[in-house]
Design a protein around this ligand. Structure first.
Ligand SMILES: [Zn+2]
Ligand SMILES: [Zn+2]
Length: 145
């Protein structure tokens, strides 16, 4: 991506080539909705620590620019946002899967199960009424209780 940056930007400048590559590999709008720190950037975008630091610091500049300019995102950011916006989940979705146990749709997590159906039964009271009813229904369906 760095070399492609040199070609497309028609420039020998190393910094520009790095920023070009960084924006392709870890778009700032995607960092906005998926990362809390540079470590998340390392894990999610599979970047080296150095590249992730560059991306995360540039992301912070990007965000600062937007919030100080009437929250106006750029045209490319808008296109990317629309591409990743999931109308069912009603949010930016970079990864979707299903719980291996109950089949519930899960967004933006690499966990294999939803966490609700793996909780021990004695903790029924600690989550919402809807979760409780769903879990009981699942248990009835699975175990006939
Ligand atoms: Zn170079
Ligand atoms: Zn589940």
């Amino acid at each position: 991506m760095h070399e492609l940056g040199h070609i497309l930007l028609n420039s020998e400048d190393e910094f520009s080539a790095n920023i070009f590559a960084s924006n392709i590999l870890a778009p700032r709008i995607a960092i906005q909705y998926s990362c809390k720190n540079y470590r998340d950037v390392v894990n999610l975008f599979r970047l080296s620590e150095e590249a992730a630091n560059i991306a995360y610091n540039d992301y912070k500049r990007w965000r600062l620019y937007i919030v100080t300019h009437n929250n106006q995102m750029g045209e490319i950011d808008n296109v990317l946002y629309k591409h990743f916006y999931n109308t069912k989940a009603r949010k930016f979705v970079y990864c979707s899967s299903e719980c291996m146990i109950c089949g519930r749709k899960m967004y933006n997590t690499f966990d294999r199960d939803c966490g609700v159906c793996t909780l021990p039964r004695y903790s029924y009271s600690s989550f919402s009424e809807l979760d409780r009813q769903l879990l009981i229904a699942e248990n009835t369906w699975l175990y006939g209780e």
